[in-house]
Write a protein that binds this ligand. Structure first.
Ligand code: HEC
Ligand code: HEC
Ligand code: HEC
Ligand code: HEC
Length: 134
């Protein structure tokens, strides 16, 4: 029966869609990401190097929150964190990455820890935000 075959195929396709859309991690980006929203200069973020240092995705990609459920496990931060903040999300773009003085936040906290152990990770504004990053 043609119709049953079609239905079975459709069902199979739906199952695959659901699986892909749910728990599975997306493929991590294979090159640097340019975050260009800040007027003071774009930030070149070496995703592969950071995946190695951090060890697991969840260090940066927080779990889906009820206020605005994530469409995928590692959805872009900038889909939800904007300037100004877009309700229902209350954490604006800058706050998603660091506080106004860049003395704390996801990126800065780890950089400070790493630097105390002899690394040279950027903590000054102009060492992350560069007009030359195009
Ligand atoms: C040190 C922090 C950090 C770690 C660890 C990390 N990511 Fe990311 N990831 C980011 C940032 C920052 C972006 C850029 C977000 C944006 O463009 O708004 C990003 C972007 C992505 C994107 C692109 C999203 C999009 O739609 O543009 C994917 C996919 C992704 N990460 C997957 C992963 C996976 C899988 C892992 C673990 C193997 C991982 N990430 C670990 C910080 C991190
Ligand atoms: C699907 C939407 C979504 C995505 C994608 C997303 N967030 Fe969030 N984030 C939220 C919501 C909702 C909250 C809860 C507080 C609020 O309403 O702002 C939050 C809170 C935060 C906070 C405040 C501390 C906390 O945990 O409550 C930080 C920092 C943060 N996100 C950083 C990030 C970073 C960095 C990324 C990307 C690696 C990211 N977020 C991706 C929606 C998102
Ligand atoms: C788990 C720890 C950790 C987190 C979280 C982290 N970093 Fe880093 N970052 C490092 C280390 C380690 C280095 C390399 C320092 C060295 O080479 O001595 C580094 C280097 C950098 C550099 C300079 C080298 C390069 O890749 O061009 C930039 C820019 C940078 N990080 C941006 C960020 C941003 C933006 C975030 C937040 C989204 C972030 N980092 C989060 C550990 C971290
Ligand atoms: C470790 C890297 C890092 C350092 C150091 C850093 N920033 Fe950022 N900052 C980021 C990232 C990543 C973003 C998100 C950029 C994007 O989405 O394009 C951001 C976003 C911002 C934004 C939000 C831009 C907007 O349009 O809403 C402002 C403002 C900002 N930073 C100012 C500063 C200032 C001022 C300093 C120094 C006191 C500083 N940053 C230091 C990485 C850094």
């Amino acid at each position: 029966m043609k119709v049953t075959k079609l239905l079975v195929r459709l069902l199979g396709f739906l199952v695959v869609l659901v699986l892909v859309g749910s728990g599975f991690a997306q493929k991590a980006p294979e090159g640097p990401i340019l975050l260009k929203n800040a007027p003071m200069g774009a930030v070149k973020f070496d995703h592969p190097a950071h995946t190695k240092v951090a060890g697991k995705c969840e260090i940066c990609h927080h779990a889906s929150k009820p206020q605005k459920p994530a469409k995928s496990p590692q959805e872009a931060c900038t889909d939800c964190h904007t300037n100004p903040a877009t309700p229902p999300v209350t954490t604006k773009l800058q706050a998603a990455f660091h506080n106004p003085t860049a003395s704390a936040g996801l990126c800065i906290d780890c950089h400070k820890t790493e630097n105390s152990q002899g690394k040279a990770a950027p903590v000054k504004c102009a060492d992350c935000h560069k007009k030359t990053n195009a």
